[in-house]
Design a protein around this ligand. Structure first.
Ligand SMILES: NC(=O)c1ccc[n+]([C@@H]2O[C@H](COP(=O)([O-])OP(=O)(O)OC[C@H]3O[C@@H](n4cnc5c(N)ncnc54)[C@H](O)[C@@H]3O)[C@@H](O)[C@H]2O)c1
Length: 421
């Protein structure tokens, strides 16, 4: 399959080269940031920002005093705000990093872009499809950098996996299966009952799209990345099946995305059984990739050492398509049913932590690249488009489940993206 220049980077080598170039050009520069939303993900970013010499946090902002205090303690020199507009309009602030609840993503992003500030905003892009489009349109006319918290696009094992897919190792891709299982109620403890909607915003429809915006938004991004296409129809079922505690968002969802060529992508999530954990599985006529685990399985018994050599070689230079089977082929070693690791130093996590992975899952590189882009004015291409479509697919899944209907992909929400066929 041919890689289109204007789509997101499709190979680990090209990605590494991009990051090196960006770092070189940003050397000695400073990205002056306001952190807006200093809860658990906000503090996770703080941990990464502390290790990035180009990042300078000049302001912190939150409406919940204990969280604001945590961030202020880390940055004694920073201005402290409780109103995000004041943080945005601080003349010392060049960009904002938004880690507040989903309902705030669009208003804060729009205010910042319109004030001429660069924006990093956590996923999902926004609470509604209308807001996603408004953010995208504002970004296109702003001339500013916009990054969305889609760390898989910066995770070496995903980049390697996509590279192998492009090189034909999996043959023709026939299915994408995404799932995310946990066993907890998703609730956070309260200091006082009146904080419920601020602390447990994930459980209410006004502030959250539930499992779709919190979990699926990451995984559904594989639709554009792998298929380079958009679904024509979406349907699914969602229920509050187990945690009947007053929450408004589903605790169990199954959604099907149907593509014009008859292929499908699915997302399934329940939070009352964690046995299967999480993964994104890409199924091809010649093999299967478990992207979150970084494992490759081939359909036919194949010399694993041959594949490993191919993978290692392709890390050093662009490899040619590998011959996985043929008439003269003989097995060198037994077929490894445990899967072939696609990187030498795989960093994997089980997706059980709602804050972020303890190992490198691309989150640090993502924030690093944002800081570099603020300095150089050169963001990684097509991140916004990838994030826009994954957010839209998540929200369309919710719409289909709420209506209990098959929803056609709405034409008015298509944006220019040549990565899409
Ligand atoms: N990329 C990832 O893997 C990942 C992981 C976890 C969370 N997230 C995202 O990060 C965001 C935050 O999640 P979290 O778990 O840190 O939530 P959290 O509840 O721990 O933190 C959110 C913070 O935003 C603050 N806030 C709410 N409204 C505000 C406003 N108007 N102005 C300023 N601050 C405001 C809250 O007081 C709270 O401190 C969400 O969008 C979530 O989806 C992304």
């Amino acid at each position: 399959m041919e890689t289109k220049q204007s789509s997101f980077i499709h190979s680990l080598n090209a990605f590494n080269a991009f990051m090196r170039r960006q770092a070189e050009e940003a050397k000695g520069g400073k990205a002056k940031l306001a952190l807006i939303g200093t809860g658990s993900r906000g503090m996770y970013h703080v941990n990464n920002l502390m290790q990035i010499p180009q990042a300078e946090v000049v302001a912190v902002c939150d409406i919940y005093p204990p969280h604001l205090d945590n961030a202020a303690k880390q940055y004694p020199q920073a201005k402290v705000y409780t109103n995000y507009l004041d943080a945005i309009h601080d003349p010392n602030v060049e960009g904002v990093l938004i880690s507040s609840s989903l309902d705030t993503h669009a208003p804060v992003t729009l205010a910042a872009l319109r004030a001429g500030k660069h924006v990093f905003c956590e996923k999902a892009m926004a609470r509604t499809m209308e807001e996603c489009k408004e953010v995208y349109d504002a970004y296109k006319t702003s001339g500013k950098v916009l990054y969305i918290g889609m760390q898989r696009l910066f995770d070496p094992k995903y980049l390697k996996g996509i590279e192998l897919i492009r090189q034909g190792v999996l043959g023709e891709i026939v299915d994408i299966r995404n799932y995310w299982y946990r066993n907890n109620d998703w609730r956070r403890p309260l200091l006082k009952a009146s904080d419920e909607k601020v602390i447990n915003w994930r459980l209410y429809r006004e502030t959250s799209g539930g499992l779709m915006t919190e979990l699926a938004a990451h995984q559904l991004q594989l639709g554009t990345w792998v298929y380079q296409d958009l679904p024509d129809y979406i349907t699914g079922f969602g229920d509050i099946m187990y945690w009947k505690d007053g929450r408004e968002v589903y605790d169990s969802v199954s959604v099907i995305y149907h593509y014009p060529n008859g292929k499908r992508m699915t997302f399934e999530s329940i939070i009352s059984n964690k046995h299967y954990g999480m993964d994104e599985e890409v199924l091809g006529s010649k093999g299967t990739l478990e992207l979150a685990k970084g494992l490759l399985y081939l359909e036919e018994p194949t010399p694993a050492s041959n594949i490993l050599q191919f993978i290692q070689e392709s890390e050093r230079k662009e490899a040619k398509p590998v011959k996985v089977a043929g008439s003269s082929w003989r097995p060198e070693i037994l077929y490894d049913t445990k899967g072939i690791p696609i990187l030498e130093n795989l960093q994997v996590h089980d997706g059980s932590n709602t804050t972020g992975a303890a190992v490198d899952d691309g989150s640090k590189s993502l924030v690093e690249s944002f800081c570099y882009a603020m300095i150089t004015g050169k963001p990684i291409p097509m991140l916004v488009e990838e994030a826009y479509y994954s957010s839209l697919l998540a929200l369309l899944g919710n719409l289909a489940m709420e209506k209990r209907q098959v929803i056609a992909f709405p034409e008015e929400y298509k944006i220019p993206y040549e990565g899409i066929r």
